[in-house]
Design a protein around this ligand. Sequence first.
Ligand code: SF4
Ligand code: SF4
Length: 444
Amino acid sequence: MTTDRPSHRSPREPVAPAAPRKPTPGSGRESGPTPGPTPGPASGPGLGVFDKDLLDRCISCGFCLPACPTYTLTGQEPSSPRGRITLMRALESGDLAPDDPTLAEESSFCLGCRACEPVCPAGVRYGALLEQWRDHQWRGRDRPLIARLLMALVSRPALLRLQGLVRRHARPGRRPGAGARAGTGAPQATRRDAPEAASSRPAEPVSLMLGCVERGLYPAVSRAVRTLRPEVDVPPGQGCCGALHAHNGDSAAGAELAHALGERLPGTIVTTAGGCAAHLAHHLGRGRVRELSEYLELTGHRPAGRVTVDGRPARVALQDSCHLRNGLGVTRPPREAIAAVAEYVELPNAGDCCGAAGTYSMLRPADSRAVLAPKLAAIEAADVDYVVAVNPGCLRQLRQGLRRGGSRVRALHLAELLALAAAGEAGGSGGAGKDRGEPEAPAD
Ligand code: SF4
Ligand code: SF4
């Protein structure tokens, strides 16, 4: 069942530029840098920080401004995609010194959400430009300490494996009695598969990526995937996919880690993290990487059961993953999966960044909360029981925000919601919620 679902703006549909708002009082940016003239494409050889073709693509039309969360917060041109591209050009041409504080500030203030890409009529690949900018801006000790620590942590597979000893994520190896046909690695039918699903199942092995954050923080997510799709294998020895590195100024390590993980995970890679999906797809090829909801759809999986609260269908909203939506254009499958087991409620700002943005919520907590605030308000106004995330960073951000605000709404990962629905059907209880004030959610 789907209600309250206005036709949300397609990520590829340009929007007209809006007048900038006044800076948010108390944001600390009221006296930020003033917009200067917008230079055109950089001429001459430049510093070589950026791919010149990418940098020259921007036509300074400003269509991206209303889509940008940081511009919405400040109303300041340098905090907009166009303004940041102007700064990149000034850095490249030498018009701004590399140690100019505006460069440091704006390269950090940007969420990297890529909401500016789908609305850009010139096809500017802003995410790639931002990676190149941070490769230059955040070299060595200029990289924020928290980012350095996290990158060092997830680069050590032994430490990642250690998480599995204390947190019960899905285990490597196939589930007994389920999974591939002997010797082929091909998935087989499960009890809840629709008959037509069997014919559309991939013939190749399918590997679940555990994720370096998710396996430690939300191990129930990978377990839920195994419950839903037992044919999905969990190969051992998985490292980080490298998205963390690419977004924090080390895109070379980000590429290296992506390829190393690709060698560890045979066949199709299924991930429950939208950000990792976009990063892996960029390096390993789009056809090889599937976010969970995409994979379920492609294999003809029909979500079973219902999630109910007080005997009625639970009202469930979605928080898009920025990179899944803006990078890979995936918006429909998670919505349809939710609508199959609950009453789907479209939030007016479902596609807007929640402020998690990888390390952003740790590096810039005040800005992160400011970005999250309208999201939380919309969730409360929608009177939903659950809000579903398709990325662990978003899940953490939503859970913390809802808890801080004393909300009764619970945040779940899509895999958890679908497993909850299926378990309700299997157990014959027909419901997940105990009462309206305390919806029952699986705990990690
Ligand atoms: S990034 Fe795209 S939408 Fe934004 S100003 Fe440049 S060309 Fe226009
Ligand atoms: S990535 Fe997000 S925050 Fe950064 S310029 Fe683009 S829309 Fe704005």
